[in-house]
Write a protein that binds this ligand. Structure first.
Ligand SMILES: C[S@@+](CC[C@H](N)C(=O)[O-])C[C@H]1O[C@@H](n2cnc3c(N)ncnc32)[C@H](O)[C@@H]1O
Length: 300
């Protein structure tokens, strides 16, 4: 931030001036979301909503608050995701705590939740528990619980991940939100007690091809866990194992809903689903995104 010459009174850092200066600075540092970043970070420091900031443009920011804000925007300029800096991320109808142990929940994954919720609300849906494989922060599982609270459904929800650190975050979110879910650590289905059968299996697994990892924005590449991203040569290493194992864990008529990263992957996943006995297999592109949600129902 530029200083005024010694004989001039420095212009006050109002909210408006600070946001404008920061948005410009962060954009030059490479952020694609510079203005929103500035608002979220300043709102965090002042413990105020973005709306409050916009309604109080002339309010000065000074002293400890200004110093704290400078620290945060320096971190963002080094491309650390805002969600890690403030430790929170809005997702679907809820907000979750995040740390560098988990992927920052993405807006496109809200579509996966919508598909699962629509199935679960349908009167023809199979009765039984729900499984969120590769849960990370627990955002999918907890958004589904929230949806059931609103729509009057009640099902047991299981959430698993191979990462113990990620599951600590998911467990913390469940406790903070007073939304009970069963959390289990392990490699995909190995985390689960034998004998369980689910009405729905929902997952946003790692699906970035190993080659594409290097092309991701520094925000993702340098800060988010590789375990959450790397799906192997064609991105489908984990997805393939999920689809192969799913018939043993789903009830007949149960739903599988998977997020994948491209049309090519979606087409491949549809074939995999058909090969193991799924019917009504459907790939849907997420609006405004390259990602797809593949849904299917277990036949039989
Ligand atoms: C793309 S992230 C999704 C996180 C969260 N569901 C979301 O949508 O934000 C994938 C998650 O899969 C987990 N994971 C990777 N390999 C796994 C495996 N073999 N078994 C279980 N979880 C795995 C990672 O630890 C990571 O938390």
């Amino acid at each position: 931030m530029t200083q005024a010459p010694a004989n001039e009174k420095p212009e006050a850092w109002t909210i408006q001036r600070l946001l404008a200066w920061t948005a410009d600075w962060l954009a030059r540092a490479g952020s694609n979301t510079a203005r929103v970043d500035a608002e979220l970070l300043l709102g965090h420091v002042l413990s105020k909503s973005r709306l409050h900031l916009l309604l109080n443009f002339d309010q000065p920011v000074q002293g400890d608050e200004l110093a704290a804000y400078k620290q945060l925007i320096r971190r963002r300029a080094r491309r650390e995701p805002v969600a890690y800096i403030i430790g929170r991320k809005g997702f679907h109808d809820i907000e979750v705590t995040v740390s560098p142990a988990v992927l920052v929940p993405r807006p496109e994954t809200e579509t996966l939740v919508d598909f699962a919720a629509a199935y679960l609300q349908d009167t023809s849906a199979v009765a039984g528990p729900i499984l969120d494989l590769c849960t990370g922060s627990g955002c999918i599982a907890l958004a589904l619980v929230r949806d059931m609270e609103k729509t009057g459904g009640a099902r047991e929800v299981w959430a698993t991940d191979i990462s113990a650190a990620a599951l600590d975050v998911a467990r913390g979110n469940a406790v903070d939100q007073a939304r009970p879910i069963f959390v289990a650590q392990g490699d995909l289905f190995q985390a689960l007690p034998q004998g369980l059968r689910f009405a729905a299996l929902v997952s946003n697994p790692p699906y970035v091809t190993t080659a594409d990892l290097q092309t991701l924005e520094p925000d993702v590449r340098q800060f988010e866990p590789r375990l959450a991203l790397d799906g192997g040569t064609d991105g489908l290493d984990v997805v393939r194992r999920i689809v192969a194992g799913a018939p043993d864990w789903l009830l007949p008529g149960g739903l599988i809903a998977l997020e994948v990263g491209s049309r090519v992957q979606a087409v491949a996943v549809c074939s995999l689903c058909e090969a193991v006995g799924f019917v009504h297999v459907r790939p849907t592109q997420v609006v405004g995104s390259k990602t797809y949600v593949v849904t299917a129902v277990l036949g039989g």
